[in-house]
Design a protein around this ligand. Structure first.
Ligand SMILES: *Cc1c(COP(=O)(O)O)cnc(C)c1O
Length: 463
């Protein structure tokens, strides 16, 4: 018998491996179909090896390492945590806002138990799903009434459909925006059944442009926050308050798609370009919509606040049922909104606001700590601290550069592109930027409790 034949004969069967100690252990811990698939794959690999090079380790112990690796890969979750070292706080591809432990605790409590989601415990009869967030939203925004749907795109679609289907909606040409993920104002408008009535020009729209466009078929004046771009230079747009004054004469409501939906005053932080939800409500706008997971820092959602007569109309629209939020979202929202009762608590306890508004010295201290631990652990790279700027992301505050501190890693034995790739594919995955032929780890978005894993990950990727 040749060596080849001998080895082929010794190759264990699927059943033998399944019945081994490891096989029994795997079947307890992992889905059986993945255990079988991994065993078959590794047996096939060994058989090929024998046929090609006449040698292979065919003992069960010799094969179990490969099998286990395959099983782990097959049964790993697809959606998993990532360390965000990009410095972009509201990174849409990385899940936008993250939730604090306190908010997560409320989600866990509500999701793991029956709840009064649609049951009025006082009256002992059916209750309203949205009642849980109405009061708190009225309290923090100053609006008469409120509603939450799946996301802001859905909120805009619902408002246009319920308030202006078959009728005209006036929008400035400077505000016909496209947001990432194919949200475009003209497309949403046609989907809703409302008719877009463009006025003004890309850079300038005046109050009289709106006034001249009003006719008996006008249902709504829509203002859209430019969110992810700015037009500068020879420009003019009409403030929401002026639109409200104009519309009152004609009894037409004004709606404002605020996009990000900031609920604190950013002026003390040197940011003067972002109107707060409260300001816009105060200016008299009838319906305001914004995202839950951008500057608000909550779960994905579309918040609608405004006058009771319009919110009631929205609640009665059948589309609301199709885009309704679940109890997890409501639990996260209620806990997030509670933080806004005191602005300083919001800034301290909501991760998005905290990361965005933290003092550069704090970021520097964290960068220093990361650099120190990296220097201690890794040898094959130059480690330095650098000043840089980070972005808010998520289509908010596009013009603002937030001063930050980052750790630069210049690998000596591998290309920086390879380092970036290895980190991305590592466990936990680390997403970082490349700058001037070095890997840049922005300390702004790296949490204190992630530093250990980050250092381990970089170390593993360099060897
Ligand atoms: C982000 C944004 C949207 C879409 O909001 P989602 O919550 O992502 O659906 C709509 N309008 C504006 C102006 C935005 O900035």
């Amino acid at each position: 018998m040749s060596e080849k034949q001998k080895l082929l004969k010794e190759l264990p069967s699927v059943d033998e491996i399944l019945k081994s100690n490891d096989g029994v252990k795997w079947c307890r811990a992992y889905p059986r179909r993945y255990v079988l698939r991994a065993i078959r794959d590794v047996i096939d690999m060994r058989r090929k090896e024998i046929l090609e090079v006449s040698s292979s380790d065919v003992s069960i112990e010799g094969m179990s390492g490969d099998i286990e690796m395959k099983i782990e890969k097959l049964s790993a979750f697809s959606l998993k945590p990532v360390i965000n070292a990009t410095g972009i706080v509201i990174h849409t591809n990385l899940g936008r806002s993250i939730l604090s432990e306190k908010i997560l605790a409320n989600v866990k409590k509500v999701a793991g138990s029956y709840s009064n989601l649609e049951y009025n415990l006082e009256a002992g009869r059916r209750g309203k799903r949205y009642a849980h967030i109405t009061e708190i939203l009225r309290e923090v925004t100053g609006a008469e009434d409120a509603l939450i749907v799946n996301n802001n795109a859905a909120a805009v679609l619902l408002c246009l459909s319920a308030l202006a289907k078959g009728k005209e909606v006036i929008v400035s040409r400077g505000e016909l925006v496209e947001i990432g993920g194919s949200f475009r104002v003209p497309d949403i408008m046609s989907l809703s059944g409302a008719i877009l009535r463009e006025v003004g020009t890309t850079n300038k729209t005046h109050l009289h442009d709106y006034k001249n466009a009003i006719n008996e078929n006008t249902a709504l004046i829509l203002k859209v926050h430019q969110s992810n771009y700015r037009i500068s230079g020879f420009t003019e747009d009409v403030p929401a308050a002026d639109l409200k004054k104009l519309s009152e004469k004609y009894h037409i409501p004004v709606m404002y798609d605020l996009g990000s939906g900031c609920m604190i005053d950013l002026n003390p932080y040197g940011i003067h370009s972002e109107p707060s939800v409260q300001e816009i409500i105060k200016s008299g706008v009838d319906v305001v919509t914004f995202s839950g997971d951008k500057l608000l820092g909550g779960p994905q959602g579309g918040v609608i606040v405004g006058r009771k007569e319009y919110i009631e109309k929205l609640q009665k629209n059948p589309l609301t049922r199709a885009i309704r939020v679940d109890k997890l979202t409501l639990a996260a929202f209620e806990a997030t909104l509670m933080e806004y009762l005191d602005e300083d608590k919001a800034v301290e306890n909501i991760p998005t606001l905290k990361m965005l508004l933290q003092k550069p010295e704090k970021i520097k201290a964290r960068a220093k700590k990361i650099a120190l631990l990296l220097k201690r652990k890794v040898k094959a790279a130059k480690i330095e601290i650098t000043e840089d700027t980070s972005k808010s992301g998520g289509g908010s505050l596009p013009e603002i550069e937030f001063p930050t501190y980052a750790v630069l890693v210049s690998p000596e034995n591998i290309a920086v592109n390879d380092l970036e790739k290895r980190l991305r594919k590592g466990s936990p995955a680390i997403v970082a930027r490349i700058k001037d032929n070095a890997l840049l780890l922005d300390a702004r978005t790296i949490r204190e409790d992630e530093i250990g894993s980050l250092v381990k990950g970089v170390h593993a990727a360099l060897y």
